[in-house]
Design a protein around this ligand. Structure first.
Ligand code: CA
Length: 231
């Protein structure tokens, strides 16, 4: 079965270019001309990856990304954001919204293919044995890709999920940002260690127990206490 990719992009030239190259590489490519259509398609059908343009008519890409992440049907679909803005602040906002990677316009089709492949490769890595974790009200079940906190279900992005799983599997150990980047994002990821901080901040927002239990160790990285610390 070819992998199914949804391209959400309003510019015809870029639609055509992406379609041509992705199809040539054997992907099943679907196009949405605006965010609303893209969102609808992504909820109706299952896609393996979404290429999402930042600058879209009406609702912009960030908003669409946030919406996709907040819905259980689309929360874990990998998203590559296409942005004309190269500033770091925009990239960080994109990450906060749950994008897995970026491509900055103008891009070469080969770069897009490389990023798409890299993302699929990261996802296909053989999984470590899937252990269910419980910690201070958090229950994480990798086999079902489910997290609950105090009995309430939470939808996390694929990266947030992996990061939380990794912390829970390495309690009491100091984990450097570089180790975390390599483990969660992979060696071929282009981002910076700031990415890790953004995701940790997100986890702390969602799981209060992590505010005091997941601590930053100055100059080293992060550590999840063996036992949850009450806040
Ligand atoms: Ca656009």
């Amino acid at each position: 079965m070819p992998k199914k990719i949804l391209v959400i992009e309003d510019e015809k030239d870029i639609q055509d270019l992406l379609q041509l190259y992705l199809k040539r590489d054997g992907y099943d490519v679907h196009i949405a001309k605006d965010g609303e259509t893209g969102q609808r398609k992504a909820t109706q059908e299952r896609y393996d990856l979404i290429l999402l343009d930042l600058m879209l008519p009406q609702t912009d890409g960030l908003e669409i990304c946030r919406n996709l992440r907040s819905r259980p049907q689309t929360a874990d679909i990998p998203i590559i954001m296409i942005t004309a803005k190269a500033e770091e602040s925009d990239r960080i906002v994109g990450l906060e919204m749950g994008a897995d990677d970026y491509i900055t316009k103008p891009f070469s089709p080969r770069e897009v293919l490389a990023r798409v492949k890299a993302l699929f490769r990261r996802m296909e890595k053989p999984k470590l044995k899937e252990v269910r974790h419980e910690y201070g009200g958090i229950a994480l079940d990798p086999s079902k890709h489910e997290v609950t906190y105090k009995g309430k279900s939470h939808s996390l992005t694929s990266k947030e999920f992996k990061l939380l799983e990794f912390f829970l599997g390495n309690k009491g150990r100091v984990l450097s940002r570089d180790v975390l980047l390599n483990e969660i994002w992979g060696y071929d990821y282009f981002g910076t260690t700031r990415t890790v901080d953004v995701h940790v901040a997100h986890l702390r927002q969602k799981f209060q127990v992590l505010n005091k239990s997941l601590v930053a160790i100055k100059g080293l990285g992060y550590k999840l206490h063996e036992e949850p610390v009450k806040s």
